[in-house]
Design a protein around this ligand. Structure first.
Ligand SMILES: [Zn+2]
Length: 742
């Protein structure tokens, strides 16, 4: 959730000097697998933008390409028209604005946005949340107070007040009770409560369409959509699930996958929802009760005890996930397989998914939730089109840095591919304590290459947010890895090193041809099939993360291929398919045909033993292959000619322009920390295998670019045996070497 208190206010001092007030309009839509222009991105949640006379002029000192603000919108999604900061310290202080005050606020926001554009910010957007509603159902406070005064705001274009009370807009658990995703008594909502409306609910959608429309009318260029968490079984979701299935399956596929051609007979799966399952077990309530000292439930959750389901609900789904997992593990350890049958499965990790048709339903239930978020974003885009073309959506996906992070989120309606159709940028909100790239305390290197690569494969531009100790060089590296990763943004949320931001924005915008419209020239592809996670194949994720880190550290260039981009396989010589348990016949055929043409498949871990519908295969696919990972360490696949530079990383791309081609090699030095100026790497021998069409080209100019130097420098190099070879004299943090081939 992006409302951390450590998102600092920006308090820059110095003279007003606009670096680049021209609006470039170069932030074009991302193309799946293709690079786009990187950008600079600043979050500023200061509470007083409208009354702060110096805000616009401070922004003008080093205007970011993208500026992400807090609740500076005419109507907040979760509280209605109120002038509130983000986060809200005490909700009782912020009353509903009158229609007159709302009009004045509208005008003030328009003036501020106009001023920021004039100061050189290209894309400005405030915060909304797709699954938060604040208030008190009983006392009719917060959103309920607004609902009771709804008609007073109709002059703003608000549609007629829905008949259904906001209590009927909320997410529901499998038994139909109100579902809280977070604790109801969440501190940021006190003394009111935190409710979770359903993104599929027609009234909540209508309201969000209005909110986003009013944001566009205030002159903003986009919106940040936070949280996007859904575990809902309400009637809108149950109906939507059927619509979703119809869009994905033919009647014949329904019958073979789910045992019926009639979509109306296929329900969302709740039996495999382990948190929902645990909540229904009396033994879990006892287990949970034993974890809290007397008075603690009251203090933390504002509930007296756990004797009623309603009290248990108020602890919140996300909070209950961990104890539910631990409870199920304790049952698994305590009972024999025979005894565990009383709970529903001999192996409790297989609860609700023992039969292939149930596993498939569970997979589709999770993917439907993610699809719902994509659907919401598309719907909101439609709503703003009359006011603003090119309006930008930046949903928050959360953390991808660890397998646990992904494992949690795949249960919360999160799937990058499903969201991509409604997202221009996608936020990955990572570690706030030790998040900066460079040498890590664990003796390795912290990088965000995985997020950048995965987003590139999915056709969205990633924006990666993190915090922790940092110095000038680590801030430079944070910008550099976004640029090298194919055109995302590093999200700044602090007030130092704005000159680095200015430097990088100028670097990008003066030389867009260095960054846009390239495709990777890696020869090695690694399968990152996110749907395996929904199928509860954690081993695939574990191996993808481990292989990502190994390949990067042994200096092999590689890309991710996803389920949707498997058809790009002919671009690669090697494909690594790690523990992909569920593989369709069509996917198998694509891989087989590529192998018949000379492609080399490597299968670490388990071979595919199921089809995509969870039905077992008679024999595992590609069972004749032995894993042959060590061959990737050979000079054929490496891009560096010597050992001993573990912190050196690269990405390389190419594009054809008429009769000539351009190859860019981005080189980054991760061997740095927050406190010291990095030791430059010297005389680095680089050798990059070229794509087949340009292996026999002639090398024209070879030029090195750096953000901190205005003059590109010429390098000497050659094409030898289909490889581009050169020596980089010095690398401090970041260099791009571009070769012109004819
Ligand atoms: Zn729902």
């Amino acid at each position: 959730m992006m409302n951390r208190r450590d998102l600092l206010k920006l308090t820059l001092a110095g003279a007003y000097c606009s670096v680049s007030a021209a609006r470039h309009g170069q932030l074009l839509p991302a193309v799946r697998g293709g690079t786009s222009l990187p950008a600079t991105y600043l979050v500023d949640y200061s509470p007083n933008h409208l009354s702060d006379a110096g805000f616009v002029s401070r922004m003008a000192e080093a205007p970011p390409s993208l500026l992400h603000l807090g609740h500076d919108c005419p109507f907040t999604a979760h509280w209605g028209p109120r002038a509130i900061p983000l986060p809200v310290p005490d909700m009782s202080k912020y009353r509903l604005l009158t229609p007159q005050e709302t009009s004045e606020r509208f005008r003030a926001i328009k003036t501020m946005v106009r001023g920021l554009h004039g100061a050189g910010v290209e894309i400005i957007f405030p915060y909304i949340n797709s699954q938060q509603m604040g208030g008190d159902i009983e006392k009719r406070l917060g959103f309920w107070e607004f609902y009771d005064h709804w008609d007073e705001y109709r002059s703003f274009g608000l549609p007629p007040r829905p008949q259904a009370d906001p209590a009927e807009w909320l997410q529901r658990d499998p038994s139909g009770r109100i579902l809280f995703n977070n604790p109801a008594a969440y501190p940021g909502y006190a003394p009111q409560f935190f409710y979770a409306p359903c993104p599929n609910n027609e009234y909540w959608r209508t309201w969000l369409r209005f909110v986003v429309g009013s944001i566009a009318q205030a002159g903003f260029d986009g919106v940040f959509v936070d949280d996007n968490i859904i575990h809902c079984y309400c009637r809108y979701c149950r109906e939507g699930f059927k619509r979703y299935l119809r869009s994905r399956y033919t009647p014949g596929e329904l019958r073979s996958g789910f045992g019926t051609r009639e979509v109306d007979k296929i329900e969302m799966c709740s039996q495999a929802d382990k948190t929902a399952w645990a909540k229904a077990q009396p033994a879990f309530i006892e287990y949970l009760g034993s974890r809290y000292a007397p008075g603690e439930l009251e203090k933390r959750f504002k509930i007296a005890d756990l004797t009623t389901p309603a009290n248990l609900d108020r602890i919140g789904y996300s909070f209950l996930e961990r104890p539910a997992r631990e409870f199920i593990t304790s049952l698994q350890e305590k009972y024999s397989p025979e005894e565990r049958r009383q709970f529903g499965a001999a192996d409790l990790s297989q609860l609700g998914i023992e039969r292939p048709e149930d596993r498939l339903r569970w997979f589709e239930t999770q993917r439907f939730w993610a699809w719902s978020i994509g659907d919401l974003l598309v719907d909101l885009r439609r709503a703003v089109t009359p006011y603003r073309k090119g309006f930008v959506f930046v949903p928050n996906w959360g953390s991808m840095q660890t397998v646990d992070g992904v494992e949690g989120r795949r249960l919360h309606g999160k799937n990058v591919a499903e969201w991509a159709r409604g997202a221009d940028y996608m936020m990955f909100e990572e570690d706030y304590r030790n998040g900066f790239p460079g040498r890590s305390a664990a003796g390795g290197f912290t990088t965000h290459d995985l997020q950048y690569k995965f987003a590139l494969a999915n056709g969205v531009r990633p924006v990666v947010l993190f915090g922790g100790p940092h110095g000038r060089a680590s801030v430079e590296l944070a910008h550099a890895e976004a640029a090298a990763g194919g055109g995302g943004c590093f999200v700044e949320n602090f007030d130092k090193f704005s000159d680095v931001r200015r430097l990088y924005r100028r670097f990008y915008e003066r030389q867009p041809d260095l960054f846009t419209g390239f495709q990777s020239l890696a020869q090695v592809a690694l399968a990152f099939f996110f749907n395996q996670a929904h199928m509860e194949n954690r081993e695939h994720l574990r191996q993808v993360y481990s292989l990502h880190s190994t390949l990067a550290s042994v200096h092999v260039l590689f890309d991710f291929l996803t389920e949707e981009t498997l058809h790009l396989l002919p671009r690669y010589r090697v494909f690594i398919l790690p523990s992909v348990a569920y593989l369709s016949r069509a996917q198998e055929r694509t891989i087989q045909e590529w192998m018949d043409g000379g492609g080399r498949l490597i299968v670490p871990g388990d071979h595919p033993t199921f089809y995509e519908d969870a039905k077992p295969r008679p024999i595992p696919a590609f069972g004749f292959l032995l894993s042959n990972l060590p061959t990737l360490g050979s000079p054929q696949f490496k891009w560096i000619g010597r050992e001993g530079l573990p912190g050196l990383r690269a990405n390389a791309y190419w594009k054809q322009e008429g009769r000539q081609s351009l190859v860019t090699v981005h080189l980054l030095n991760y061997d740095l920390d927050a406190t010291h100026e990095p030791e430059p790497m010297l005389d680095i021998p680089i050798s990059v295998a070229l794509p087949v069409p340009v292996q026999h080209a002639t090398l024209g100019k070879l030029t090195a670019f750096a953000p901190d130097s205005s003059d590109p420098s010429e390098l000497r190099g050659e094409i030898r045996d289909g490889r581009l070879c050169f020596e980089l004299p010095e690398l401090r943090v970041y260099r791009i070497v571009q070769a012109l081939l004819t």
